[in-house]
Design a protein. Sequence first.
Length: 610
Amino acid sequence: MEKALRILRDTFGYERFRHPQEEIVRTLLEGDDALVLMPTGGGKSLCYQLPALARPGCGVVISPLIALMQDQVAALRQLGVRAAFLNSTLAPAEARETEQALLAGGLDLLYIAPERLLTERTLALLERAPLALFAIDEAHCVSQWGHDFRPEYRQLEVLHRRWPGVPRIALTATADARTRREIVEQLGLQHARQFVSSFDRPNIRYTITDGGNARERLWRFLEREHPNDAGIVYCLSRKKVEETARWLQSRGRVALPYHAGLPAAEREANQQRFLREEGVIVVATIAFGMGIDKPDVRFVAHLNLPKSIEAYYQETGRAGRDGLPADAWMAYGLQDVILLRQMADESDADEQHKRVTRHKLEAMLGLCELTSCRRQALLAYFGETMEAPCGNCDNCLSPPATWDATEAARKALSCVYRTGQRFGVNYLIEVLRGKEDERIRRFGHHRLTVHGIGKELQAAEWRTLFRQLIARGYLEVDHEGHGSLRLTERSRPLLWGEEKLELRRRQRPQPVKRARATPRPEIGEFDAADAALFESLRALRMELARAQGVPPYIIFSDATLREMVVVQPRTLEEMRSITGVGEHKLAHYGQRFLEVIAGIQVPLERSKQT
Ligand code: ADP
Ligand code: ZN
């Protein structure tokens, strides 16, 4: 373990292990197997990278994400680690070179795609090399029930049979109890020690907003919180992706579209710019994200309602992997609720599948309409209890006002009933507000008792009320796609005055200024001088990254740059104490960064801008 600590400090530049890294490392160093469940950003990679360095031989990492391997290897080489990968993107000559390095004992870590690993040729190659461990990344890919199922993962048991003496570690960020059992069974990990971390992501602030004009609200959010930051905006349709990207561009942001309908080359180019430049926004359908390892995504915004809490948690989880404050922001409205309800009812799937889909949507809507802590509800959904409210979600920071909506809801439900359960929201609101046009006269609805009984609320307020009634199951949307509303069993007691209804108010108080639950100096707000220094350090990082064709965050993370701003080291010795500055980076970059901090050097990128 002493050796492990030395590697942690000298190679990675970290002062201490994060819980439970130390126990996991110890397990592997003792030659035992481990199964690690840790949320995104928890620090999984260190759990196998460090033991691979501490044990004799090469660590073999199996990962399905070929697109990521290159950057992972580049990041390790920045640390001075001898790393390489084997996958289909390599030319035969390059692959041979890597194989020879492996056999000569010249590699610490080798990343391999599962289909490549399982070829007899590769297996035979590995038998001739000294091996430190096997790491099976994204281990949930073994599950037939998940979205990321990879059939080859089911054959990885071969590793255990052919190398019984080499310890194995399986890692994932997405595993419920069932998936965990599958991983254990399929990979033969019955004797592995299990490390299950809390799935909370305390640095992510959850905000869910409702009401009209989602785009303008998104813009205000970006202006206020993330004027220069990189982030992802998720939309449901390709058309909305392209419109939104153009709209953000027209307002001066670098915003790039990403969806399955774009030519592969354009998708790839947009993804590369997102990874390699600073402050780029990707507007995407859910096709974007799997395999995005960018640690400094500062916000994930949803302009549509996700289909389930699982999807919401996975997508928002791409924010803030580096542990610095990040936002999960969402806007949703009546149309989302109607559309998703219809999709859940209409799909070709069998009844059982439909029931599950509907159930998941209910849970998602419940989260949206919630008036208490969102994080408590999210964690509870995944079977975790959190004792106190989190203090870092919209409901905690500015508790929503509620109102007694019983009377208004009864009016709305009566209106649905009296007009024959054949009309959509817009028409119902016109009747409630007493409009008398040709259509209303034709149906004779101007003579109904409900006509004009709802003038006390604005049309927008009625829309909110209808959305909440649909979300809570008091009304259902027709299956034919006309959007007409019908009463449900649930609505009777409310209609007959046997039940009261409290709803969240539409107009919410202004969001309070970011108050952090646990203020940490390295992530606090900067004053103008510090902000300028931070930008200069970022510019130098960009210059160095460009020169080597790598993403800037693998030179130094934002967290490391922030610590430099706070500590302002003056010597290499002081620089060495900064988190994320190991020996290799100190030798290569230390001097340049010291000069910027001392104000001696102006980075190229910055002098170009000014
Ligand atoms: P995961 O793979 O679980 O999503 P990573 O391995 O990418 O997470 O780690 C997330 C971030 O945490 C990275 O920026 C990494 O450098 C940092 N990190 C990991 N372990 C430590 C540690 N012991 N001390 C400081 N930072 C750490
Ligand atoms: Zn909360």
